[in-house]
Design a protein around this ligand. Structure first.
Ligand code: NCD
Ligand code: ZN
Length: 348
């Protein structure tokens, strides 16, 4: 039985750190395990310009405990007013590693997102020229599309036409949740398309949210789908397909904001993600593929070096205990409960 696994230190290619007291409360949970993370720009107001991103990076670095090393990889929130020159400068300076596309209204704090794609064509063309990836929240927002179909419809109606209009654009489909998205990524042979997958979407399906009582802590966007879709995600990552990599989408909201008649979308997985993932990959007989998923495929797509530092995970016979919630200055934040005991512990 394998009971120790050492991998290059992982990175998180999709993370929400928020700001202020929440940032202070959550950043160490990511920095404890991850060397770098792609930082989502959906603050209020959003991180739109290079100057916004530089200021946000400084606030993040100020919140990282002195004993830890962590590199935030900044992103810009694409709006219809985004200027191509500002984006190009932010990339050239090394500050920004991707631009984030939220369709207007798709998710938490996405009201500044894009409605008319004609208005971002110039920026996307410049990004294709300079090789700057576009991270896409892939859901249509039309009221007449069922929420469980929004990702699949987005691929047909928005993403595929967009990629044809901007040849050469490097695209990360974020937090994919469907067999349709897996198939779309796998059908591409051009090398410009990849996808992130969250920890929780490898573990829960929509029954976990809705059967036997409603469970707000399993509600996130894109919402978890049917079991067959979860299994398609598991097959893709456990097969070691290098177009898929970890983006936890760890999205902290206070319990007070989750447990409302209209509660926020987001699952906080930063503390126990690596224990959960080791469990999942081992369960599918694919522990050897965890290294690619968490540590190698992301840097390869982003053309960044693999981390030289390492992480060792050890399997123990007693369950590894994680707190039910963490306390932050903004309020308590519930930690993702995978629904089974975890035995893989992060040593260092
Ligand atoms: C994210 C958030 O809370 O910012 N929520 C979520 O359910 N994933 C937004 C997002 O990534 O969609
Ligand atoms: Zn997210």
């Amino acid at each position: 039985m394998t009971d120790t696994l050492t991998i290059p230190r992982p990175d998180d290619w999709h993370l929400h750190l928020r700001d202020g007291a929440m940032l202070q409360g959550v950043v160490a949970h990511t920095a404890a395990h991850f060397a770098r993370a792609i930082i989502m720009p959906n603050l209020v107001p959003p991180v739109v310009t290079g100057a916004d991103a530089a200021a946000y990076r400084d606030r993040i670095m100020a919140a990282v405990p002195a004993s830890m090393t962590f590199e935030p990889l900044m992103t810009l929130y694409l709006t219809e007013a985004t200027e191509a020159d500002d984006v190009a400068q932010a990339q050239a300076s090394g500050l920004v590693k991707a631009v984030k596309l939220y369709p207007a209204g798709a998710t938490t704090n996405s009201q500044s997102g894009v409605s008319n794609f004609d208005n971002v064509q110039g920026v996307l063309e410049r990004m294709a020229e300079i090789g700057l990836p576009l991270c896409v929240h892939g859901e249509v927002t039309d009221a007449d599309i069922d929420i469980f179909d929004r990702e699949a419809v987005f691929i047909d109606r928005v993403l595929d036409p967009l990629r044809k209009r901007v040849p050469g654009l490097r695209v990360v489909m974020e937090h994919v949740t469907t067999a349709d998205a897996v198939a779309y990524v796998q059908a591409d042979t051009g090398g410009n398309l990849a996808a992130t997958i969250t920890t929780h979407h490898l573990i829960i399906n929509r029954n976990h949210i809705l059967a036997g009582g409603i469970r707000p802590h399993y509600y996130c966007l894109p919402v978890a789908k049917r079991e067959k879709h979860r299994l398609a995600l598991r097959s893709a990552v456990c097969a070691g397909d290098d177009r898929f990599f970890l983006g936890t989408d760890s999205a902290p909201h206070t319990d007070a904001a989750k447990l409302l008649p209209c509660g926020c979308a987001g699952i906080f997985t930063a503390p126990n993600t690596m224990s959960c993932l080791a469990h999942v990959f081992e369960e599918d007989g694919a522990l050897a593929a965890l290294e690619g998923f968490a540590s190698r495929n992301g840097p390869a797509f982003y053309k960044l070096p693999v981390n030289t530092a390492t992480m060792t995970l050890t399997k123990q016979s007693d369950p590894v205990l994680y707190p039910e919630f963490i306390e932050t200055g903004a309020g308590n934040v519930t930690v993702f409960d995978p629904g089974f005991d975890l035995f893989w512990r992060v040593e260092s």
